[in-house]
Ligand binder design. Sequence first.
Ligand code: 13P
Ligand code: SF4
Length: 300
Amino acid sequence: MDLKSEIKKLAREKDAVILAHNYQIDDIQEIADFTGDSLGLSIEASKVKNRLIVFCGVHFMAETAYILSPNKKVLLPEKDAGCPMADMVTAEGLRKMKEKYPGVPVVCYVNSSAEVKAESDICCTSANAINIVKSIDSDRVIFVPDMNLGHYVSRFVDKEIILWEGFCPIHRRLTAKEVVGLKEQYHDAVFVCHPECSPDVVDMADHVCSTSGFYTYIKKSDRKRFIIGTEKGVLYRLKLENPDKEFILAYDTFQCKNMKKITLNSLYESLLKEQHQVTVPEEIRIKAYGSIQRMLEVPR
Ligand code: 13P
Ligand code: SF4
């Protein structure tokens, strides 16, 4: 039996569900029970009936799954798969910011630790950030940790957004100059980017959306060529669903090395040994759950 079939068999025997983020390697996306963006995966994690959740993504995503489903065993196949942006804000740092702006509500991007979520009023993802900020009854909001997503949201809301200076190194690497060059080279192409890109890159986009937003937007479009302003992993499903369309990755190495740590081997080992369990102390989990639950209650 090949490794993919072995994994599927073992997952059935162990009553495990495999959740995978859109940036995972093709082989993982192929065998996952559910693939999605952070919002889709959070919703899925909150509904899981299986005993085990094997989360193919980065640490904060597995943590979010545990926060939502604490009675499940949540595994992260590679224990060091983290998100550098999530590490740019700590609970202590956020507490200091809250002291500086007393009473100002805090929105935290889901790319953050459980401790930071516990210190926040409400969570958001790239798919719902505008709606979440609009839903807050205050004309000032603290937004952590992604300054680019926060800046993107500020274009759509009539509120002052106090930014934390965090960013995604992978998305920040794409420059406006490179996009200008690509647009000149592929003048008929549509440029789609993730809101984690810098504001001057976002300025040039025909469409800005979460990773799963790329699939819906591009499938509906009658255009044939697309410049992809996010991590390479989205190409797997884009090519599968749109065999007649052409995709140009905005830069060659648009890859998140943390997302790419998980392999078929590490997934198999994780399932077999039920290893790299992710948990959160209950006191923090309850507070973080409040932030995520409030996010899920905001109409989409
Ligand atoms: P999405 O929620 O859009 O999938 O984004 C997660 C992420 O980490 C992007 O870098
Ligand atoms: Fe974090 Fe950026 Fe990787 Fe997304 S792409 S997981 S924000 S480092």
